[in-house]
Design a protein around this ligand. Structure first.
Ligand SMILES: Cc1cc2nc3c(=O)[nH]c(=O)nc-3n(C[C@H](O)[C@H](O)[C@H](O)COP(=O)(O)OP(=O)(O)OC[C@H]3O[C@@H](n4cnc5c(N)ncnc54)[C@H](O)[C@@H]3O)c2cc1C
Length: 359
């Protein structure tokens, strides 16, 4: 394969945003292990996600001049969060506006926006890379076959388990990692809210329920290790005891999810290899919402590459300063959500909570 200016690994929201913004300016190759150019079949690799587009992500799309097509939406659109503190036996409702997405369709819609000039190499895994005089040689693999590609700059947009990050920067520690387990249950009725469930016996992060058409998704970000499965079963037992109704799962999925607790957990990259989206550590440490950070970091990298290809990492670091401040502030506010006593006090006040009218 010929040489590229930029090879982007990962066609999630970060990688597709970057490729879309720079596709007419540079020779770009977008690589993903998913078969994003073929119709989706159940059993294909997909992105495990709650698929809620939070207000910050909606704002990012608006800033980029994008509206969402109807076909990527699913089920009811959600206007509130039911916050359940199982430990303190308290609950409150809060107003928040989410768009409820079919995440696979959302990612494919982002791919459909790519300029023609962007070359795509789907159904290929990135394996490793080597430095050369002019840039890098990337090794990709598909069904036992290897392929090499040359590029002057490499962008890791390959998500929480980023191979680009571990292969290129083994000296840089990862942000705190959680195992997200999510199961889908067929249910007769949709729940008109996102539940955020807190219980220190299950996790020091949080668990959730989300309705999508006839499915209830139950998920949790759990500390990795052998206990994760048992903690997830405990969550389901506790939710049933609390009044949630669901039977046996029809689908089970899992993924790594990151929680950047210090600003230095976020790593922009070096030597013409940049990281964007969750690969860099960009994700909310309080809500685990990552789509807005993925799109924002991609936009800021696009701006940096556009400004000065030879020195883009300098500008990327500079332009992302407000994002680092945002992560810092979220971490400072976190104890009000994640410290049992403080959370109990906040919920007790009922501040900014919604009173439900029941007749
Ligand atoms: C269970 C769960 C629920 C979540 N719910 C929400 C939510 O409701 N709202 C929200 O905003 N965020 C949510 N997040 C976080 C959000 O999904 C991510 O932060 C966001 O998708 C990051 O975007 P990205 O483009 O950086 O990476 P990703 O979306 O992870 O995309 C990475 C891409 O890289 C590809 N890839 C990975 N490795 C390789 C490789 N070696 N070779 C080739 N391709 C590769 C993958 O196939 C994928 O397409 C959730 C995360 C989890 C785990």
């Amino acid at each position: 394969m010929e040489g590229y200016d930029i090879a982007i690994i990962g066609a999630g929201p970060a990688g597709t945003t970057l490729a879309r913004l720079l596709g007419d300016k540079y020779r770009i190759l977008l690589i993903d292990k998913r078969k994003l150019d073929k119709p989706y079949h159940s059993g294909d690799v997909n992105k495990c996600c709650g698929g809620l587009l939070a207000p910050d992500a909606q704002k990012m799309l608006a800033r980029l001049g994008l509206g969402l097509p109807e076909q990527v939406l699913v089920g009811q659109q959600l206007f509130m969060v039911r916050t359940i503190d199982l430990h303190n036996a308290q609950e409150r409702y809060y107003q928040r506006h989410y768009l409820n997405l079919d995440r696979e369709k959302f990612d494919r819609w982002m791919v459909s926006l790519l300029p023609e000039r962007v070359d795509r190499c789907f159904n290929h895994h990135f394996k490793s890379l080597e430095r050369t005089g002019q840039g890098y040689i990337l090794k990709l693999a598909t069904q036992g076959q290897e392929l090499t590609v040359n590029a002057k700059a490499v962008i890791g947009a390959d998500g929480a388990g980023s191979r680009v990050r571990t292969a290129c920067f083994p000296d840089i520690p990862s942000p705190k990692r959680y195992i997200a387990i999510q199961e889908w249950f067929q249910v007769p009725e949709e729940l008109p809210y996102l539940s955020a469930v807190f219980d220190e016996e299950i996790t020091d992060f949080y668990a959730w329920t989300i309705s999508k058409d006839n499915y209830l998704l139950i998920g949790a970000a759990l500390n990795p290790g052998q206990q994760a499965g048992a903690k997830f079963r405990l969550l389901k037992d506790k939710l049933r005891a609390y009044g949630f109704e669901f039977g046996e799962p029809v689908k089970k999925e899992g993924a790594i999810i990151l929680r950047p607790q210090r600003v230095k957990d976020i790593y922009p990259g070096r030597d013409k290899i940049a990281l964007i989206g969750e690969a860099a550590g960009w994700i909310s440490p309080s809500s685990a919402e990552g789509i807005s950070y993925a799109v924002n970091s991609a936009y800021l990298l696009a701006k940096s590459l556009d400004h000065d290809f030879n020195n883009f990492l300098h500008y990327y670091y500079e332009y992302t300063a407000p994002m680092r401040r945002n992560i810092l502030i979220k971490n400072l506010k976190s104890p009000f959500m994640y410290n049992r006593t403080l959370r109990g006090l906040v919920m007790k006040t009922g501040l900014q909570s919604l009173e439900l009218y029941r007749m």
